[in-house]
Design a protein around this ligand. Structure first.
Ligand code: XIL
Length: 384
């Protein structure tokens, strides 16, 4: 009888081990990838592509929302204040600046090594009432200059970039008839960028707006940036607020827009990213914060839970969009979500108050949603 053992005294155990290992690895390859993904944070997963951010609120910064703060530190390497650095909070009375809260945001980001994006210096919305009452051109110009420069100067060296001007365009690409345009003309745009640069030469300076994937508005935004550059203002990037839906804008519109903005030779940033899953009154597009509508049951269909079918659609939509971001990651420097989790999203209250929306990657209990894994798959899948 052949001695199996004596014939293959050394080879056999080694060979068996080798074969078993190959089999184990092959069978578990899928699981291993999944497990690896679970341990990767968003910021690590996309570290070679772009920084990943979220808008944060006061509860998080003051660590009253400790789970939110933990998540911000773990998953994101850039943050944007959702509301607290807007004009009405920073300079509620003429010449009276409230820095306390903003300082806490900056401290949070510095302490946790998170890049800070200031939002925003010049915007027609969430403006202090006193500004709207100014009648003289000279006074408005001086007030605008003082606002931009006082705030920009305070955070020199602590801020990565500023949304200098927010939403200065109409849907047809013409300049929005804000009180700034009305009284100061297009000079207010050039001056705001120049004043910001003068006060904080180190910070990057951005133009930020919604519906930036629409043809006319895109043309207007490109024209606006060229006008600023021609007049000697430095613009470092364009922010595409991405308040999008499950089907709109199309992937093609998104890609075309990224390429068109990148052609300006400046950074493209996806800012304010969220995807509504709720019905849209009157097929409303964009993010005009002053538009509000009456609620009804029909407009708020998922009060208890998001159906799995919609959750799957959302995950696919996020995955498809992130595949485009990854494809053009040489042009995109940042992707920022508008909020940390579904529970704090502004889309629970806009454009209809008191709805239950599910637009982000983390649910109300701060758990990762299928949408999160959809996004992470883009990072880990080398074929995408
Ligand atoms: C929103 C905030 O998320 C809300 O909490 C607030 O009530 C209104 O403003 N475009 C912008 C953001 O540039 O500042 C807006 O943020 C959303 C649309």
């Amino acid at each position: 009888m052949k001695n199996f053992k004596s014939h293959y005294p050394k080879l056999k155990p080694n060979l068996l081990i080798a074969i078993s290992l190959v089999l184990i690895v092959a069978c578990n390859e899928k699981n291993i990838t999944a497990k690896k993904s679970e341990t990767l944070s968003l910021k690590e997963a996309f570290k070679n592509e772009f920084v990943i951010g979220a808008a944060v609120n006061d509860q998080l910064i003051f660590e009253e929302d400790s789970l939110g703060a933990k998540l911000a530190k773990e998953e994101f390497n850039t943050i944007t204040p959702e509301n607290s650095m807007k004009w009405m909070y920073m300079e509620p009375q003429q010449g009276v600046f409230e820095f306390e809260t903003a300082d806490r945001y900056i401290d949070f980001s510095t302490k946790n090594n998170i890049a800070f994006i200031g939002h925003n210096l010049v915007w027609h919305s969430q403006l202090a009432e006193w500004v709207k009452k100014i009648t003289s051109k000279e006074e408005l110009n001086a007030s605008l200059k003082n606002h931009v420069q006082t705030i920009a100067a305070r955070y020199t060296g602590k801020i990565h970039g500023w949304d200098v001007v927010n939403e200065a365009l109409n849907e047809d690409g013409t300049l929005r008839n804000s009180l700034f345009l009305e009284k100061l003309g297009p000079d207010y745009l050039v001056n705001s960028f120049k004043w910001a640069e003068e006060a904080d030469p180190k910070a990057e300076l951005y133009y930020n707006d919604y519906n930036m994937t629409r043809k006319e508005k895109r043309a207007g935004a490109i024209e606006l940036v060229k006008m600023l550059q021609k007049n000697g203002a430095r613009v470092d990037g364009i922010g595409m607020q991405a308040h999008w839906g499950l089907t709109d804008p199309t992937l093609e519109e998104i890609e075309t827009s990224i390429l068109a903005y990148a052609d300006l030779g400046i950074q493209v940033m996806i800012t304010e990213f969220d995807i509504t899953v709720l019905p849209n009154p009157w097929d409303l597009e964009g993010a005009e914060v002053s538009q509000n509508f009456e609620g009804s049951e029909e407009m708020n269909p998922y009060t208890k839970k998001l159906p799995d079918s919609v959750s799957t659609l959302l995950a696919k939509r996020y995955k498809d969009i992130f595949s485009i971001f990854k494809k053009h990651s040489d042009k995109i420097s940042r992707v920022t979500f508008w909020g940390i989790n579904d529970g704090v999203s502004w889309l629970n209250n806009w454009p209809i108050e008191n709805r239950t929306n599910y637009p982000l990657l983390f649910d109300r209990e701060y758990n990762k949603k299928p949408a999160y894994y959809g996004v992470l798959e883009v990072a880990t899948d080398s074929t995408l």
